[in-house]
Design a protein around this ligand. Structure first.
Ligand code: SF4
Length: 434
């Protein structure tokens, strides 16, 4: 029995209760969301260590951090350090995108060390094991499916299924060429395989088998957007919109078989199109949880893509996106290190919180209100405890300490709050004298 099936029979088990408590919503709201397909709780049945995490309608916007090796840097210790940095910075979920070294062994090490839901991309693993060029073309459809079974058995809580890159989607893409083509790694691997073998996407053709694996192990599907726009000029093109329709169809099929799924979204999107991207997904996919990568609102700022993506993510979250995949400053340039990982989690958390405030999520604006009261009182200890990133805030305050600890060294004695307090005191003293 899957979580959706037990929820359908009216049960709200321990997992649902835990999510409801953490979110301060009713267990009934979480249970109903699972049944309707508007909430997921990624939790592989073999893995009980991860903290319960609900994603979807009415819940706090969550943040995912991607880590993983590459062919050039295949050091599992470095990835463990990044995992720790991401979790300490407040990431709600981790995804392993490893393609270098012994990918299976790396996944198992990371999984064992991960206290939050853990996602993976079995297609990368399958291709990495065979070699990216000749190996990819020698692969069979069974090889792809086997990777999904292996990841499910290992205990991953959610995995990416790039089943939306169908032959029809590729025909549309060919008729309407893009500036950047296909920028999803999984989407590119599958499309190259499909073109070489002149075959349908094996994950689409054999989606029922993917569902069987997911059912057996209670793995949540992250229905990948292999055709997400990779630059502003490609946003909302016909191939992207077509794929969204396929993702919607797959979400419906998953729900009907008791398998949880969420929809992955773009990508590179002009700021004025971000809200429309979310609204379209919510309408076409009947409120399915939306997991967005960024979106990055400009193409021209490599080195700052944690910022370009957080801008898009804030707008997306305000419009209804449920799960934000961070983008690091190293994106498009290099494999990130732990410092970039930490910074990117913080940037995404800011976006997620801004979205929660904009959506009126209960309690979200209270955090800001309580913090603002501390700021107005010049309560530095309180501010440094309550802020989003106490470590960074402390470091910056300590780097240029004020001569008067009651202000900060930005304005010193001209601190607006202090001036106002002095003014109030002077007026009171004047009144007392009169
Ligand atoms: S000194 Fe200036 S910047 Fe610092 S808290 Fe006061 S008003 Fe704000």
């Amino acid at each position: 029995v899957t979580l959706i099936e037990s929820s359908s029979s009216g049960q709200a088990g321990a997992l649902i209760e835990a999510v409801a408590r953490a979110e301060q919503v009713t267990a009934e709201a979480v249970r109903a969301g699972l049944v309707e397909g508007t909430i997921v709780i990624p939790a592989n049945r073999h893995r009980t260590a991860a903290r319960p995490c609900g994603i979807g309608r009415g819940l706090r916007v969550k943040v995912n951090a991607n880590i993983g090796t590459s062919g050039d840097y295949a050091d599992v210790e470095a990835e463990l350090t990044k995992l720790k940095a991401a979790v300490e910075a407040g990431a709600d979920a981790i995804m392993d995108l490893s393609t270098g070294g012994d990918v299976a062994a790396i996944r198992r090490r990371l999984l064992a060390a991960c206290p939050v839901p853990f996602g993976s991309v079995p297609v990368y693993d399958a291709v990495a094991q065979h070699g990216p060029e000749k190996g990819l073309m020698r692969m069979t459809a069974d090889d792809f499916l086997r990777a999904f079974a292996a990841h499910a058995q290992d205990g991953v809580d959610f995995f990416v299924v790039h089943a939306g890159v169908t032959r029809e989607a590729l025909r549309i893409l060919d008729r309407h060429p893009r500036v950047c083509g296909i920028v999803s790694r999984g989407g590119t691997m599958l499309s190259e395989w499909m073109r070489y073998h002149d075959r349908e996407n094996p994950l689409y053709e054999r989606f029922d088998e993917v569902l069987d694996i997911a059912r057996e192990h209670e793995v949540t599907l992250s229905l990948g957007d292999g055709l997400r726009p990779g630059c502003l000029a490609d946003s909302f093109d016909r191939a992207q919109v077509y794929e969204l329709g396929v993702q919607a169809e797959l979400h419906t099929r998953a729900l009907a078989t008791g398998v949880q799924s969420m929809i992955e979204g773009p990508g590179h999107v002009p700021l004025n199109q971000v809200a429309a991207q979310v609204e379209l997904e919510k309408a076409v996919c009947r409120g399915a949880p939306f997991f967005v990568l960024g979106p990055l609102v400009t193409d021209v700022a490599p080195g700052y893509d944690h910022i370009t993506s957080a801008i898009g993510a804030a707008v997306a979250a305000a419009a209804g996106a449920d799960f934000l995949c961070y983008v690091t400053a190293s994106e498009h340039l290099a494999l990130p290190g732990a410092a970039e990982v930490r910074e990117a989690v913080m940037a995404s958390r800011i976006a997620a919180h801004a979205g929660d405030v904009a959506r009126g999520r209960p309690g979200a604006a209270d955090w800001d209100r309580r913090f603002a009261a501390l700021r107005a009182r010049r309560d530095w200890a309180g501010q440094l405890d309550l802020c989003l990133d106490p470590e960074r805030a402390r470091r910056l305050r300590d780097a240029h300490r004020p001569s008067d600890e009651g202000v900060c060294s930005m304005c010193g004695e001209f601190c607006v709050f202090k001036l106002a307090e002095r003014g109030a005191e002077a007026r009171k003293a004047g009144r007392d004298r009169a």
